[in-house]
Design a protein around this ligand. Structure first.
Ligand SMILES: Cc1ncc(COP(=O)(O)O)c(C=O)c1O
Length: 390
């Protein structure tokens, strides 16, 4: 019945949804209505960084729900969970970034950051990368790198210019006309592409030279995924704007962009209410986010990421694996064909592990488990993947 209603009444986004009938989630596992458990290797696409049903996050949600839910559009009332979270996030970021604008999702956060760059520079050209993914709203879609997902929705935003991720020579395309460069710290949906520190330093220099803002999309990388709280901590640069969502909410819908007070001031005049959203920074989501953020530090999850990443590398040895690309617990296991990826995914589903491919790279297997995954669970996951490959 539930299944029938799902197909009848939930608008679908693909011809063949996975359609697992979820009963509940606990720790690193999801359970279906038949009691079968699945080790979650994708964490709702880098969302459940602190695991499913995390007791500290759930308690924070309950406590806040008992106090109040929505009160008034974002930015009007002083709400304790929002203020505390903004303070926590500001403390985690380098100066001069000290303010957060809360929204509801990653795409929305990207929209806000784009508008901020236009207001701050008076320019409208935006530079993004080939194979980038920044979201599905019109503005965010305009930035994306994959033509297949864009072509039937044109016209999109004018003035978008694309560079190749990691290409030093393409940096010359960033000019005095550019309002901002929006770039993922690690390209996620491209199948995990990492660019070197020197590249990001050169990018920072070029932005400074021409007066463009550097906006880092930390939507997948933020909140500990790479083994640092923010992915860019490894890059020795300070961006102008940091965009966040996904893992930030601890399983609740929340996004945001952070910048200096000086930049954020632009959104409060000419026009006043330069960016607004009814539910942005919902108090229950903020309470969950703060609990998730504190959990990451209090339980030393960042310190464990590298060791766990290494274990995956040690165990995933198979002639069918062409390459493993990774940034902490954000990994792409390259198999070279979609067919092989599908076979491993369906073998995994039969045998209780949940994996996926990437939006812009269907030849690699996605591995992005909750950061709380144990070593035994990594052994189990890798054994199942290797069996699937056999
Ligand atoms: C790097 C990146 N940016 C932006 C987004 C869009 O976030 P949302 O789906 O919350 O709109 C995503 C989502 O996958 C993402 O991975």
């Amino acid at each position: 019945m539930l299944r029938t209603n799902f197909f009848n009444h939930i608008a679908q986004t693909s011809p063949s949804p996975m359609a697992l009938e979820i009963s509940h989630g606990k720790g690193n596992y999801l359970f279906d209505i038949h009691g079968k458990k699945y080790l979650d290797l994708i964490a709702g696409i880098s969302v459940s960084n602190v695991g499913h049903g995390n007791s500290e996050v759930v308690q924070a949600i309950k406590d806040q729900a008992d106090k109040h839910l929505h009160t008034l559009v974002y930015g009007e009332h002083i709400q304790n969970p929002q203020v505390e979270l903004a303070r926590f996030i500001s403390d985690s970021l380098p100066a001069p970034i000290d303010q957060v604008f809360f929204v509801n999702s990653g795409s929305e956060a990207i929209e806000g950051a784009m508008k901020l760059a236009k207001r701050a520079t008076g320019r409208f050209e935006i530079v993004s990368c080939h194979s980038a993914y920044h979201g599905s709203s019109h503005g965010a879609l305009s930035l994306n790198g994959d033509e297949y997902f864009k072509r039937n929705f044109r016209p999109l935003l004018p003035g978008i210019r694309q560079i190749h991720y990691g290409s030093f020579s393409d940096l010359e395309l960033i000019s005095g006309k550019t309002a901002c460069v929006i770039i993922e710290t690690v390209q996620g949906e491209a199948g995990i592409k990492v660019a070197c520190k020197e590249y990001f330093k050169a990018l920072r220099n070029q932005c400074d030279r021409v007066g463009a803002l550097l906006i880092l999309d930390e939507i997948q990388t933020g909140f500990g995924r790479t083994g640092k709280f923010w992915g860019f901590e490894k890059l020795e640069i300070v961006p102008d704007v940091v965009v966040m969502a996904k893992g930030m909410g601890g399983g609740m819908p929340l996004g945001g962009f952070a910048a200096s007070r000086e930049l954020m001031e632009k959104l409060k005049s000419n026009p006043v209410l330069g960016h607004i959203t009814t539910f942005g920074g919902h108090p229950v989501c903020c309470a969950a986010s703060l609990a998730a953020g504190k959990f990451i530090f209090n339980h030393h999850l960042l310190e464990q990421v590298m060791e766990k990443e290494l274990l995956f590398f040690q165990l995933l040895k198979h002639p069918e694996i062409l390459e493993i690309r990774s940034a902490g617990l954000m990994m792409g296991v390259e198999l070279g064909s979609f067919d092989k990826v599908l076979k491993v995914i369906s073998y995994g589903l039969e045998n209780g592990i949940l994996t996926d491919w990437f939006l812009h790279c269907n030849t690699a297997l996605r591995i992005a488990p909750p950061l709380t995954i144990s070593k035994d669970e990594i052994h189990l996951a890798c054994q199942t993947i290797l069996e699937g490959l056999n």
